[in-house]
Structure formats: structure tokens, C-alpha cells
Design a binder for this molecule. Sequence first.
Ligand code: SF4
Ligand code: SF4
Ligand code: SF4
Length: 350
Amino acid sequence: MCAKCIKEKPDEALSVVNLARKRTREIFNLPPSPPRSLGTACGMCANKCVLGQGEKGFCGLTKNVAGRLMRLGGTSDKGILEWYYDALPTNCVAWWFCPGCTGAGYPKYTYKPSAEIGYVNLAVFYGACSLDCLFCQNWHYRYMSQKLSPHMSSEELADKVNAKVSCICFFGGDPSVQMPHAIKTSEIAMGKAEEESRILRICWETNGNMIKEFAKKAADLSFKSGGIVKFDLKAWDENLYRALCGVSNKPPFENFMTIGEKYFSGRLEVPVLTASTLLIPGYVDVGEIKQIAEFIANIDPRIPYTLLAFYPQYLMDDLPTTTRKHAYECYETAKKHLKNVRIGNVHLLS
Ligand code: SF4
Ligand code: SF4
Ligand code: SF4
């Protein structure tokens, strides 16, 4: 389905897209959409699944067993995740202004006035997600949701934070469906770092589809620690977002606004909030970028915004990469509204 049909004839277009999504979700034993049955409610993320007897939640980490909600992952005892150390400076989406890669906020939030060479980021790749993007760049996380493995408690993960770790980045998949695990890990690790007078920034790379309480908690941890909340704002048009990602875009945009209004102007030396958008050829065009940039500017035009070049992946592997023309038109459009805009993955531009 093309973007024009999705926007102008959404019912017809979405029914076709949903059929394709259903087929692919079956491969991973995941439900086609967030269940809305009579049964038990989850409420861990903004999808707010309600599960009937025997049903699984959209993310695959909950199940209704004999009328009771079972959490199969995402609790502080059992996070479904992989982790690794990523030497600083990293290629994080916020590398162009973050403390770990540039020295911003030195000496309060980083050990060095430039890139923190000699230190590492603890990268936490969560193996489940609250969206189902057809272009997913990390689609293999779905095998982890299916196998519920590998897994680790918050205590065990926090133990990986040694004196050389100066930041943690929760990404995936997405942390939105495992927030109790991520929050507990952060609290344990931050407590230990504080006792030992060490720097430890908490960062998130997320689709933002969290319940508001968790979004605020994530921002609070980042704000205190010198970390950054990185939201992927994938599309402005709700039907386009539904087609591409499977659910509504209202919660991510609302959470972004809540965090921006509450925290952004309170710590300008290290921006606590940033956004990025993948420039999907034929779908995320200049019009989409204009609307997203205006939305961000209404919160604060100083919020950094990264436009990312697209690489064909997962079910949209038949698309080309973003063209240079597309990227620079979007860049010029965003620059009319925002002070800090950057194109990422320039090497992918065709
Ligand atoms: S965490 Fe979100 S996606 Fe998973 S079952 Fe709960 S409400 Fe649904
Ligand atoms: S985790 Fe945060 S501080 Fe560390 S490299 Fe990434 S954006 Fe920078
Ligand atoms: S939010 Fe990210 S990890 Fe989740 S489905 Fe979309 S692209 Fe994949």
C-alpha cells in the first residue's frame, strides 16, 4: 500500500496491511494486534492489552493462564535481554551532543572534557517491543520474545556496571514493555555509583510507547544522571503510523511533550530529550517531517532532532535507501522550525 492510499482510504488500506502483519506475526507466535478481549488487563505499556483465556499480550511477555495474568518477562526478576559493552565514543543517535561522546556537561556528567575514551557504555538490548514496525532495523529481537531468552534479573544486570561504565543505554526491541526491569536496574546501579562517587548516566532509545508514569520515571532518571531520553518519532499521520508500526502514535507524542515540557529547559548543557525519524522512501516525506518538526518546536526549538537515512530491512527490504535529495529537503524543512538538526547515517544516502 502506498502512503497516499493509507492516508486517503485508511480503512481499506489498513485492512490489507493488517493481513500482511498478521501473517508475519504468526511466524513468531505473536498476536496480530494488542488483544482487546474480555479478561485480564496488562497495562505495562501504552498498548494496554486485555487478554482473554489463553491469549498472549502483543509483546509476547504476558499470558492469561486460567484467568490470571502471568508475566513471562519484563519484571525485575526476569528481563529478556542481551547486553554488551560499547566503547565510548559510540554511534548512539545522540552522539553529536551527549556527554559520553563530546564532553558536554563536563565535569558534572562526564569524566573528560571531550569524548570519554577509555570508558564504556553498557548497552542493554531488550528482546521484546510494543510496536511492530514493518521496516524494523532490529527485527531479530522477535526470536527472543518467542524463546523468552536470554534473561537476567535487574541485580545481575546492574552487576555488569563496573568503574569503566559511565552510561547505560536501554534499547532493543524496546524498553517500554520491560520498564520495571530497566528502572530497577538503573536504581541499583545509580545507588552503587553514588556510594563510590562515580558518574553513571541513564539513557533510553525508545519508541516512546510507554505508560505516562514510566515515561516520567525514565526522564527523571536521565535528568538526574546526565543521561538522555531518545525518542523515535516515526510518523506524524496516525494512519501511516498504524500501517508502519501496528498501533497508534498518540502515546509516544504525548509522552514526548510531557517530558519536554517538564524537563528540557531545566538542563540545557546536556539536552535531556531528543528525537529522531527514519526517512522511509515513499512514506516519511517532507510533509511528515514538517509536522513533526513543528510539534517539537512548539515544545522547545532547541530540542535536537536527527533525520536518519533508511536501510531496507525486515518486510520492507524491497525499498531503496533514502536519497540525498529526500534527506536534504527534509533537513531544510526541519531547520525552518528547529535550531539543532542533523542527518544521521549519511553514508547510506543514495
Ligand atoms: S507490556 Fe504492553 S504490549 Fe505487552 S502485554 Fe502489556 S500492554 Fe500489551
Ligand atoms: S548512552 Fe547516552 S551518554 Fe552514553 S554514548 Fe549513548 S547517548 Fe551518549
Ligand atoms: S520500535 Fe524499533 S524495535 Fe520495535 S518494532 Fe519498531 S523498529 Fe523494531
